[in-house]
Design a protein around this ligand. Structure first.
Ligand code: HEM
Length: 224
């Protein structure tokens, strides 16, 4: 098995599996965040559940963090190996002649998303860890009500932060536009299903990041 993951196809399969997992995470993250646009109370309730349920906190969250780290590390390894291979092989990358801009720049859209995740953790994750594990406050309350919706709106007061988030979501769309179909191809999706997969991939890659943009801009314009 370890031999398999050291082979070139093994690495691609591992990359694809971690990508599927992250795309599933992104879908549920988007579903929960979109509640914040429709109902502050519902968003608060669901956030409190996610933030205090032990299965989510102590099983799913560590798996997610490992998944994110794995995907980045493996992405860098694949990029380095490809660069090396390109130098000597006849299967040389001919720029726009035989590959899309997105596929040649996965590493750069990936680095932009990594930068976003660091900012995002500083914004939401570290304060959450501080409240729960350092201050020991698991009540989720502030001034007599659940605090999550207000914390979210507070973050999107700054136009600079909203701008940075929107830019990151555009990179996310570019990354997904190539990554979605590429992941299915690494798992051996057959030519017959290629068209359908491409359509689903395009829809996912545009709708989810665009939805995140709407959420960020909505809270910037509608804070109270
Ligand atoms: C408008 C857009 C977004 C908002 C408002 C938002 C909000 C949040 C909030 C409130 C948390 C919870 C922190 C916690 O309680 O632990 C969180 C966690 C997280 N977000 Fe986002 N997010 C957005 C977009 C994204 C995107 C596009 C990605 C991925 C590319 C992402 C990745 C993560 C990750 C990895 C976590 C850590 C999950 C955990 O708690 O373990 N977020 N986000």
């Amino acid at each position: 098995m370890s031999g398999f993951f050291k082979s070139s196809i093994g690495r691609k399969v591992a990359m694809a599996l971690s990508a599927f997992f992250l795309m599933f995470f992104l879908l549920q993250h988007f579903a929960i965040n979109s509640l914040s646009v429709f109902s502050a109370d519902l968003f608060n309730e669901v956030s409190h559940f996610m933030g205090t349920n032990w299965l989510i906190q102590f099983v799913m969250q560590p798996i997610l963090i490992l998944g994110v780290v794995f995907h980045f590390v493996m992405g860098f390894i694949l990029e380095l190996k490809n660069k090396k291979a390109n130098g000597v092989s006849y299967a040389k990358n001919n720029g726009a002649a035989n590959s899309s801009w997105m596929s040649r720049n996965m590493i750069w859209s990936g680095v932009a998303i990594l930068a976003f995740i660091i900012l995002h953790f500083i914004d939401f994750w570290f304060p959450e860890i501080n409240t729960k594990f350092i201050q020991g406050d698991w009540s989720g309350m502030h001034d007599g009500e659940l605090r999550y919706f207000h914390e979210l709106q507070h973050k999107f007061l700054s136009p600079i932060r909203v701008g940075a988030y929107v830019l990151a979501f555009i990179f996310l769309a570019l990354h997904l536009l190539h990554g979605f179909t590429s992941a299915f191809q690494s798992m051996g999706a057959t030519a017959g299903r290629k068209k359908t997969l491409q359509t689903i991939g395009k829809a996912y890659s545009i709708i989810i990041p665009f939805g995140f943009i709407i959420i960020a801009v909505y809270h910037h314009l509608n804070h109270h």
